[in-house]
Design a protein around this ligand. Structure first.
Ligand code: CO
Length: 484
């Protein structure tokens, strides 16, 4: 069901304002934030690490898609005494170092001419420049900058100095990659993550790691057909993968006529496959649901023989027009990403899917102690308008018990990224904590970090840290408590 597009005069966003948030931050800063509106919650003690593309052009050339930009880590250190230190550092990947020296894109042919829409292309071209720009994973000795097309890069978590590409103690052999969406077992704290080697038959590797990133187990399974998988959901016994119904026609790509992402073809009449990959290494089971495209999952759990998965899904693949520069993409014509619930009977294979929200949302976040259990609350970035597709401009809290939502919009001048939920230590209420979200304030021409009381997001931020610079729209991050 396509939502009717809002008339332009009712929209509370502006393309020029929004696009101004896509700007390189070439300097690396280290400073105390002086401009703080509201009161910093004292219980926030620790560091918010965020990753995202920091550099979107070189030598006068723009990347074709912002997801192609070099990874830049932002760190916000909360002292707990009302002060916050901000730093941003680029990940010194081999490609970044070489291109800094050259002052231009050295792999421009790959990213620009052959690979417009490289965000998908990267997922199955392991020879692409590792840009380490998607997410972070923390251990006391190493901060990993993750990008699904290659190996992680390790950084010093204190100084943010790049240590180098990291093969996890030899566990990532050859050109094996490591996805950018680790999940954490609430019982053990172990990290679970995966990698995909796509092909006519695709290989899924599943890894479990301890708190020092030592690989404890690794299992490998085959999924027939091409697989583009960005994220997964974790239950106590399974890793759950959605195999989006896309095929790839590689010939134009191999011949260099088109970007790989432009060779992906959504198959609306084919099912989305749901793979259950047993964490103990048993054989995978597969289920089917109606065609949809998923980047991010909210959570999953199994009760009896019933699997429930909440995901952010597009009813059709958000394809890019071949050769279209991202600044010109007409977002309102692309299918919106919406919150869905998938319920699968593991015995009969019967599947149900229900749209939980009409509003366009992305970047879900939940309480870490609810991973693999029924959750009540989920926090996500949202579009301002209740229907249709539009840039993300606010935060939304979804209550799975009542179906109700609370939200706050920064429209018309604010544009947002992922909200990170940070629970209050020791609290029993699932939504006791704070939500941290970057906002590009197009009126001021710089970025803020907004901090919400997670129980009252509709009241707006309790504090807003005003940065002196624009941090280009980022991807994913994590909060690390100082006593963690
Ligand atoms: Co992601």
């Amino acid at each position: 069901m396509a939502a009717p597009a809002l008339r332009p005069e009712t929209r509370r966003w502006n393309r020029d304002d929004w696009i101004r948030g896509y700007v390189s931050l070439t300097e690396e800063r280290d400073e105390w934030i002086d401009d703080i509106e509201g009161a910093l919650p004292r219980e926030l003690r620790g560091t918010l690490y965020r990753n995202g593309p920091g550099r979107l052009e070189r030598g006068g050339q723009s990347v074709q898609h912002p997801f192609d930009g070099d990874g830049m880590i932002c760190a916000f250190d909360f002292t707990g005494e009302g002060r916050v230190r901000f730093r941003n550092r680029y990940v010194r990947t081999a490609g970044f170092v070489a291109e800094e020296k050259a002052g231009r894109f050295l792999q421009r042919g790959v990213f620009g001419t052959q690979k417009p829409g490289g965000w998908l292309a990267n997922a199955f071209d392991l020879k692409a420049k590792n840009i380490a720009n998607t997410n972070v994973a923390y251990s006391p000795r190493k901060l990993l900058a993750l990008w699904e097309g290659g190996k992680p890069y390790a950084l010093d978590p204190q100084t943010l100095d790049t240590i180098g590409e990291d093969d996890l103690g030899g566990a990532l052999a050859g050109d094996e990659s490591f996805a950018a969406h680790p999940r954490y077992d609430r019982r053990t704290g172990r990290m679970v993550n995966f990698s995909v080697q796509p092909g006519l038959s695709s290989t899924i590797n599943l890894y479990e790691l301890d708190a020092d990133f030592t690989v404890l187990s690794r299992h490998r399974r085959e999924a027939p057909g091409f697989a583009f998988i960005h994220d997964f959901a974790l239950t106590d016994d399974y890793a759950v993968f959605f195999q989006n119904p896309v095929t790839v026609n590689p010939f134009p790509y191999w011949l260099g006529f088109r970007g790989a992402a432009e060779c992906l073809v959504f198959q609306p009449n084919r099912p989305t496959k749901v793979w259950l990959f047993p964490r103990n290494g048993g054989p995978m089971r597969v289920y089917e649901t109606d065609a949809c495209f998923v980047f991010h999952h909210v959570n999953a759990h199994v009760e009896g023989d019933q699997l429930t998965v909440d995901s952010i899904a597009y009813e059709t693949f958000p394809a890019l027009e071949p050769g279209t520069m991202y600044r010109h993409v007409e977002i309102e014509k692309i299918a919106a990403s919406q919150l869905f619930r998938f319920v699968i009977n593991l015995t009969t294979g019967e599947t149900r899917r229900e749209r939980l929200l009409e509003r366009a949302v992305e970047f879900p976040s939940i309480h870490p102690a609810r991973v693999g259990l029924p959750r009540r609350w989920a926090f996500m970035a949202m579009a301002d308008a209740p229907t249709g597709n539009a840039p993300l401009q606010g935060v939304l809290a979804h209550d799975a018990w009542t179906g109700e939502t609370q939200s706050y919009s920064f429209a018309p001048k604010g544009y947002v990224g992922e909200p990170v939920f940070v629970p209050t230590p020791g609290a029993t209420e699932e939504n006791a904590g704070h939500v941290l979200q970057m906002v590009f304030d197009s009126e001021r021409g710089a970025s803020d970090l907004a901090i919400f009381d997670a129980r009252q997001v509709a009241r707006g931020p309790v504090a807003r840290l005003r940065l002196p610079v624009t941090v280009p729209y980022g991807l994913h991050g994590a909060f690390v408590r100082r006593d963690d």
